[in-house]
Unconditional design. Structure first.
Length: 135
């Protein structure tokens, strides 16, 4: 006989019970992930954007920042979290340094439509231009 069977009741399954993380009711605009963290961008009805940095394992919020304007993309770039934001008919890239969580605002000449990271740089899709290297 190549197989055997055993009947019974499973008492514990692979560790403790999973915890539930309560999510805000704000709609998600964009997400980005890397090995140790998630970035979640949510739209607020007041014209602001909420950018959250969450732990990958427990999904708890490690840091958050409210940004004036509407975010259109988020990406991890080296040791920073970048969010492309439409603001007052133009655009900015908000860079949050992950070690110390300081924020730098980089203006862009055109309104951004998307953002992605490519080998240590950021590419932003801009209205009427296509792709531009931001950093």
């Amino acid at each position: 006989r190549l197989a055997s069977t055993k009947s019974g009741t499973l008492a514990v399954f692979a560790g403790p019970e999973a915890s539930t993380v309560r999510e805000p009711s704000l709609p998600v605009i964009a997400v980005a992930a890397r090995s140790d963290a998630w970035a979640v961008v949510r739209e607020d009805s007041t014209g602001e954007t909420l950018v959250e940095l969450r732990s990958r394992g427990a999904l708890g919020v490690l840091a958050e920042r409210r940004v004036k304007g509407r975010a259109v993309g988020v990406a991890f770039v080296e040791d920073s979290l970048a969010a492309a934001v439409r603001r007052d008919g133009a655009g900015v890239i908000e860079l949050m340094s992950l070690p110390d969580r300081t924020v730098t605002t980089v203006p862009v000449r055109r309104t951004p439509t998307a953002l992605t990271a490519v080998r240590g740089a950021m590419l932003a899709g801009c209205t009427g231009v296509g792709l531009r290297q931001v950093r």
